[in-house]
Ligand binder design. Structure first.
Ligand SMILES: *Cc1c(COP(=O)(O)O)cnc(C)c1O
Length: 370
């Protein structure tokens, strides 16, 4: 018996990712393939780099796209700047900081953790103190912690890190394209993101950019990067003038990313950030009107991802099932320490729209009343 044609439900994706993909991006993905060494593809790579520099707010020459999801970006960032025995400092206040810690250990670093309770932020003073106690080559921190809904302030942090002679590595997976990310103004060294959150392309690519300082550190490595696939020096020979084959670029995903970035460029970052802020405010007010309590204090609440406490008398998973099955809306439950305790609601890029917020609030009201 033949299998039927693929038929999936049409969902409103308001979880922590993947986010909703703009129809223009889906159309771009249907473009016929060309080769990864075709001059027309090289030209397109150049356009993607230029658009990414705008989105990251940087002039960094080393601005590339890693094949793989956000975790590939994370792994490339850590693998290339850790040599066995290197001392590194990882800031952990959520699930993704924990993942960075785990990866750094696997690459043979001597890893120091700076821990804060889930839902809190780090201050430059705390990082300074930790670096005094544990001099390190690298400091890694998550800008938008998708597990908690916290936006980590980054202004002033690089100065502290650089004063200790270290590099600053930042995860901007859930911030890029939704809230301000200013790589040059904030003097960040190693920064990566992912396509399926506020950039609104499918999962599968991880944009990554390196400061001059980071590029120099890469050149000074004494040992080869343990991951051949994620070796950034090899990637740079494909993205740079040599155009040397390293891996087959995911062609259709590059079409998707180009279109997603073009949409961001058309809207303009400032307007896009304001749109996220406005719709997040609407969501926050609406959730509080429903009698729900937001998990993160407003001053460092993340517009792209909101965490809200599940009331004691509500079955967390059942409520989410109802949202999905009766309203076609996806949100997520808590991760790790927040499992069963919060819902996570994403408003990312294309999905950060007034009508989506109002529809979700109406659906939640119905479900909570029952
Ligand atoms: C989603 C996410 C990642 C991991 O990305 P994958 O695409 O799932 O591999 C890393 N960091 C943060 C902050 C994320 O939200």
């Amino acid at each position: 018996m033949p299998y039927p044609e693929l038929d999936v439900p049409i969902r409103i994706l308001l979880g922590p990712g993947p986010s909703m993909v703009h129809p223009r991006v889906l159309r771009a993905m249907a473009t016929p393939l060309i080769g990864h060494l075709d001059p027309a593809f090289f030209q397109m790579m150049g356009e993607v780099q230029a658009l990414l520099r705008y989105t990251f707010q940087t002039k960094n020459w080393f601005t590339v796209v890693i094949p793989g999801t956000g975790s590939a970006g994370m792994e490339a960032a850590l693998a290339n700047f850790i040599e066995p025995g290197d001392s590194v400092l990882i800031c952990v206040n959520g699930y993704f900081g924990e993942r960075m810690f785990e990866m750094a250990l696997r690459y043979g670093a001597q890893v120091h953790r700076l821990d804060k309770p889930w839902g809190e932020i780090f201050t430059p003073e705390e990082v300074d103190k930790a670096l005094r106690e544990h001099p390190s080559k690298l400091v890694a921190i998550v800008h938008a912690e998708t597990s908690t809904g916290v936006l980590q302030p980054l202004e002033g942090l690089a100065e502290v890190v650089h004063n200790h002679g270290a590099l600053l590595l930042v995860d901007t997976v859930t911030s890029l394209g939704g809230v301000p990310v200013k790589v040059d103004a904030w003097d960040l060294d190693i920064v990566y993101s992912a396509t399926q959150k506020a950039l609104n392309a499918p999962p599968g690519l991880a944009p990554l950019t390196l400061s001059q300082r980071a590029e120099e550190a890469l050149k000074e490595r004494q040992t080869p990067v343990r991951s051949w696939y994620l070796d950034l020096t090899l990637h740079s020979k494909y993205w740079g003038a040599e155009r040397a084959y390293h891996h087959t670029a995911p062609i259709s995903m590059m079409y998707a990313l180009r279109e997603a970035l073009r949409i961001i460029d058309e809207e303009g970052l400032e307007r896009r950030w304001r749109r996220h802020e406005r719709n997040a405010q609407l969501l926050w007010e609406g959730l509080e009107d429903l009698g729900l309590e937001l998990y993160v204090p407003e001053e460092y609440r993340l517009p792209t991802l909101t965490t809200v406490r599940v009331p004691e008398d509500v079955n967390e998973r059942y409520a989410r099932r109802r949202l999905l099955e009766d309203y076609n809306i996806e949100i997520a439950g808590g991760l790790g320490a927040l499992k069963g305790k919060v819902w996570r609601i994403g408003l990312m890029g294309y999905a950060a729209r007034r009508e989506n917020v109002l529809m979700l609030l109406a659906a939640m009201k119905h479900i909570l009343q029952k």
